[in-house]
Design a protein around this ligand. Sequence first.
Ligand code: FES
Ligand code: FES
Length: 154
Amino acid sequence: MNLHCRVNEKEYDLEIKPHMTLLDLLREELGLTGAKEGCGEGECGACTVIMDGKAVNACIVLAAEAEGKEILTIEGLAREGTLHPIQEAFVEIGGLQCGFCTPGMVLSTKVLLDDNPNPTEEEIKKGLEGNFCRCTGYTKIIESVKVAADKVRG
Ligand code: FES
Ligand code: FES
């Protein structure tokens, strides 16, 4: 089947298998390996990407569901070699250990801050509740989001 979508501001016309997941499309067809496969069951958030402004678990979204949609992956966040303020905050605060969960954390943070640029700690926890960190670095992750919010608000 044919799929037309935009990924990181680039238009794609692709021939896909009907059962292909969005995660496989991104990783295997487009070479965008920032979104990770953790659980493969919609539980861990490692595969989080943004589809039409909403965070989705790409492992449980069919590629076909991206028809006509705008997808943002972690690869599309930096601009001309400059990290996005959220990425800067995670680096500055050290909000990552192995980094496996980080692309998903950063993109869920983007959706959170796009909607609420000044979240409370509880709102940050709620915004990231679908993203698991197996390194259990949540304290620094939450701190990173607070600093990211400061940066995004200017
Ligand atoms: S890999 Fe998709 S939610 Fe875990
Ligand atoms: S930094 Fe290792 S899983 Fe989160």
